[in-house]
Design a protein around this ligand. Structure first.
Ligand code: PLP
Length: 399
């Protein structure tokens, strides 16, 4: 039997703020009532404000994978190709899903240690003289590697080729933690979900569209039912859904959006940057290597850490979970056993992060990994020196 709280430090699902937990426990209301319509319309407006757009937003009762599928089946037709730079496990899975849905998926192979190369995207599109590629699918923050790709150069590179492929972006582990500007960066379809930076339980998938995406939707002949944008957009205009929506998750989304908008995305990003940097200070002290090799591409949502040859990452994770009551992310796909991932996104504060790093350090010592310097001490020092500054919105305390 354990006592105290389990530390959930996987890179999503994340810890939930108390305001979100309270919203989840509210009474369910009639989803055909005016009260519900008001809730939907407010959420749409707040989500748009969070990412800088007035574009239509589609909310599904689904996981992120549902939102991936929706982005593809609403914009492509059978046999059309999506270009997927393969910079990690999730990009690879997305490409596989496209194939299963009857689309062509063309990969640009990567070493899973760097972000998407905009020049390679451009040269591939230039070579596509028959315009077989109808969309480019990018994972903004690769949760399997802790690498974040810069979206603006990719947009500019696509534009410079004159190719009309849509730009579809998975922000599943960057939304609500990293900078994301939907209109300014010219994203055609954004794919998101609830259980990461939006600090909600799993269960909501998102697409945010562009005018071009809607035009392409009109031409798309892919089979779709549940994920069809058209009935959703039509019902949403009045604040309703074409099927039963996840009412309490929507209450929670509304509460979470209030927290994020009150704090301001600039500060939310700075908060995540600071925790990511403190985590890297710990990794450095442990003399372990990061999976991400380019400092400019380091994720602020999670840190993927490579283990030494003699240390199976899954053995370490087991010890950390069983003895120190802390869940960390496992290595995915080809990184299984070689990498572990520390999530530091969502509702997190300094003592929670230090507790999680303490569990990792205790785990490393238990598996007899030689540690000369304390990662916890290094992270503590970093946090002590690097103050985020006082938060004008914390009066009264935000929970
Ligand atoms: N894309 C990214 C970047 C992810 O991190 C995940 C899940 O962690 C997914 C897609 C799949 O989302 P879900 O597991 O919610 O279906």
């Amino acid at each position: 039997m354990t006592t105290g709280r389990h530390f959930l430090q996987v890179p999503g699902p994340t810890n939930l703020p108390s305001a979100v937990l309270r919203a989840l426990s509210r009474d369910v209301i009639d989803h055909r009532s005016p009260e519900f319509a008001t809730l939907t319309l407010e959420i749409m407006s707040k989500l748009g404000r969070l990412v800088g757009t007035n574009a239509p937003i589609v909310i599904y009762p689904s996981s992120g994978t549902g939102a991936w599928e929706a982005a593809l089946v609403n914009t492509l037709s059978p046999g059309e190709t999506v270009l997927v730079p393969e910079n990690g496990f999730f990009a690879q899975q997305w490409a596989k899903l496209a194939t299963r849905l009857g689309f062509g998926a063309r990969a640009i192979p990567g070493d899973w240690r760097r972000g998407v190369d905009a020049d390679l995207v451009a040269s591939t599109l230039k070579g596509d003289t028959e315009r077989a590629i109808r969309a480019v699918a990018i994972v903004h923050n690769e949760t399997s590697t802790g690498v974040r790709s810069d979206l603006q150069p990719i947009r500019e590179a696509i534009d410079a080729t004159g190719h009309d492929a849509l730009l579809i972006v998975d922000t599943i582990s960057s939304l609500g933690s990293a900078d994301y500007r939907h209109d300014e960066w010219g994203i055609d379809v954004m794919v998101g979900c609830s259980q990461k930076g939006l600090q909600l339980p799993p269960g909501i998938g998102l697409n945010i569209l562009s005018r071009r995406a809607l035009e392409r939707h009109e031409l798309s002949t892919a089979h779709r039912g549940y994920f069809d944008w058209s009935p959703m957009l039509e019902a949403n205009r009045a604040g309703f859904f074409p099927y039963t929506p996840p009412t309490n998750l929507l209450y929670a989304l509304d509460a979470s959006l209030d927290l994020l908008l009150d704090e301001g995305m600039e500060r939310v990003v700075a908060r995540h940057d600071r925790h990511a940097a403190a985590t890297r200070a710990a990794v450095d002290a442990w003399s372990l290597e990061l999976q991400c090799v380019r400092p400019s591409e380091l994720s602020n949502s999670l840190t993927a850490v490579r283990t030494t040859e003699d240390l199976d990452a899954d053995d370490l994770l087991r010890v950390v979970r069983e003895r120190f009551d802390t869940s960390l992310g496992t290595g995915l796909g080809q990184l299984r056993g070689r990498v572990f991932r520390i999530g530091h996104l969502g509702a997190l504060n300094d003592p929670m992060l230090l507790g999680a790093l303490g569990a990792v350090e205790a785990g490393l010592r238990s598996v007899r990994h030689v540690i000369t310097d304390s990662g916890v001490a290094a992270a503590t020092e970093f946090l002590a020196i690097n103050d985020l500054g006082s938060d004008p919105t914390t009066d009264p305390p935000r929970v």
